[in-house]
Structure formats: structure tokens, C-alpha cells
Design a protein around this ligand. Structure first.
Ligand code: NI
Length: 226
């Protein structure tokens, strides 16, 4: 399931992050790529232990917990600290799939990348190219969102970023281990949650509401690992 989280950050918050990111110590993105990925990767990243990575990452993590749409669609168990990248001057990232397992820096913990997230810090008219292309069973989807918007998509997807031929594309990206490993099951829970919200809004007294909520929670109980 691919889903947009619109207005994850306000315009003011985006401006604040942008100012810091434009003066950041960008490094060659190949430093964090495996052998195969290094062949198709040409971008810049902030070091995971850069103080700005930590500061802005903590800010994003705090926002995730307050975003109902994100929490309901992703059902997060663990979130890898957000990272930051920059594409400019033809920068691109060819067709690849992300690692299944990531070590959490500075800890003995690992997370499984069930869901990938990209948070955009630049508006689409500020740069040419830089589309995130995600492949799924229904074909390929091009994503280029306004600053402050986020996209989430299954960690299992092959994806790429097309070359940025004008301007710069700055984004945050990170992975989430969900309580529910299977994308198809998360999609069913998301649809059901949406439908329940609608029934509650339209007919709050309906006896269907507690029954539907019981089904939702009992499915979650069956499918979740914690
Ligand atoms: Ni990737």
C-alpha cells in the first residue's frame, strides 16, 4: 500500500528544517551503500551521527507519534532514526530494493524494514527530475510531493529516484518495522479503520460500531507481533 501523508510538517517547520539542511555537512551517499547499491547511487547524505541528523530526526519521530494517518496506516513497532539526503547536478539512485534488516546505530538493536518513508523538504517546482518511482504489482508510480508531505510504501518494493537536472531535492528517509509484517494485512486494517471512522461520524449510535471495532482489534491481535 502506497499512501501520502499530506502536511506532515507545516510551512514554518519546513522552512526551519530547510535553513539547517542547506548549510549541512553533506557527504557522498555511497558511504552507506552496499556493493550493489553503490553502483547505482549518486547522491549526498548526512552522516547518521551528525548532530543535525539527530536533532531533525528526533523532531520527525516526535511528529510521527502525533500523526493519526501515519499511525493507523503503518502501525509502527520500531522506527529507524530518520536520515537525510540531497540530489543535485544529475544526482540519481537507480533501481534497487532496500535492505531487509537495518542495525540501529549505536545500539545492539535491529529493525525489519516493512515500510519505507520519504519526507519532502523541497517543492516540486524547485527542481527538475527527482521523482521517486515505486514499482508494485499494478505498475510503477511516480511520486514528487510538496514540501512537508510524506509518502509511505512497502519496504518490499523496487524503487529509484530519477536524475535531478535542475535545483536540488532534499528529503528525509527512514524505515519502520510494523506490528503487522504483511502489507496486505496492514492495508485491510487501514481500510477497516477508515470505514469505522466514517460509520462513527455518520451514525454514532449504530450498534455496528462496537462490533466492527471488536473485529478490527481482534484481527490486529491475530496479526500483530510485538
Ligand atoms: Ni531505497
Amino acid at each position: 500500500m502506497m499512501l501520502t501523508i499530506p502536511d506532515f510538517l507545516t510551512a514554518e517547520e519546513v522552512r526551519h528544517c530547510r535553513t539547517a539542511l542547506e548549510n549541512a555537512a553533506w557527504q557522498d551517499g555511497r558511504a552507506t551503500a552496499g556493493d550493489l547499491a553503490a553502483r547505482v547511487k549518486a547522491n549526498e547524505q548526512l552522516a547518521p551521527d551528525d548532530s543535525l541528523t539527530r536533532k531533525l530526526g528526533d523532531f520527525i519521530l516526535e511528529r510521527l507519534g502525533r500523526n493519526d494517518r501515519f499511525m493507523s496506516a503503518v502501525l509502527p513497532l520500531k522506527v529507524l532514526p530518520p536520515r537525510f539526503n540531497r540530489y543535485a547536478g544529475g544526482g540519481t539512485y537507480g533501481h534497487h530494493v532496500d535492505n531487509a534488516i537495518f542495525s540501529v546505530p549505536g545500539t545492539p538493536h535491529r529493525i525489519r524494514s516493512d515500510v519505507s518513508a520519504t519526507l519532502f523538504f523541497c517543492d516540486p517546482d524547485e527542481y527538475d527530475g527527482g521523482e521517486l518511482i515505486v514499482e508494485d504489482t499494478y505498475g510503477s508510480h511516480a511520486v514528487k510531493l510538496p514540501a512537508g508531505h510524506m509518502v509511505i510504501y512497502p519496504g518490499t518494493s523496487l524503487h529509484r529516484v530519477t536524475p535531478v537536472t535542475r535545483g536540488a531535492r532534499i528529503a528525509s528517509f527512514f524505515w519502520i518495522q510494523s506490528l503487522v509484517r504483511q502489507d496486505s494485512q496492514r492495508a485491510l486494517l487501514w481500510d477497516m479503520d477508515e470505514a469505522i471512522r466514517r460509520v462513527r461520524a455518520e451514525t454514532p449510535e449504530s450498534e455496528a460500531v462496537p462490533k466492527l471495532m471488536a473485529v478490527y482489534h481482534n484481527l490486529l491481535r491475530q496479526w500483530a507481533d510485538t
